[in-house]
Design a protein around this ligand. Sequence first.
Ligand code: CA
Length: 232
Amino acid sequence: MSKQNSPILVVEDEPGIAELLRFTLAAAGFSVDVADNAQAARAALANALPQAVLLDWMLPDVPGITLLREWRNCARTAALPIIMLTAKGLDEDKVRGLNAGADDYVTKPFSPRELVARINAVLRRQSLLLATAEQSVGAITLDDERHLVLVHGVTVELGPAEFKLLRFMMGHAERVFSRAQLLDQVWGDHAFLEERTVDVHIMRLRKSLGASADCIKTIRGVGYMLNTDIPG
Ligand code: CA
């Protein structure tokens, strides 16, 4: 797994921070492209997919979270590793970013070492997921390449967080995970997210899965498990 394959795209309008990021990532062995506004970022992605994106929230033309939503809603970029990078430290903003499909979230001022560790963690999760592009459990099929979930061959609409949750659980069927473990695996290491966040997304996921919802078992006092032995 060569870090040189494709660059990390840094979307950041402040020249000093962009330069610091370029230096930090280059020192860690990554190649780096910088886009200093949303238009340039869109053009860079249209040209070639980067290995990952570091996306600033406050850009001069379009908010970073708008770009994030745009890319998550496009099949080509739906699974692109994206880390939000921002001065906004409010938990509600972090939750908004993660629920819009960000893979992780780093607050400025950042520690270069922590930033690199987070990028590596996101890329590691990504490479594990890419190893299994399509998986099926019972009537449910998840196609990672096309970012689609089908139940009995019919596409169901899932939010980005529900998609990631289902993808993780399908990849680890018949194993019980606590809410804290699911937060860690699906949302990244974020102590500020409450465990009931998991319950909310499990509820939405079950609703979307309709007749196949029973595959997601609540294990009382422990957490959740995806059961492969399901009728629906
Ligand atoms: Ca900015």
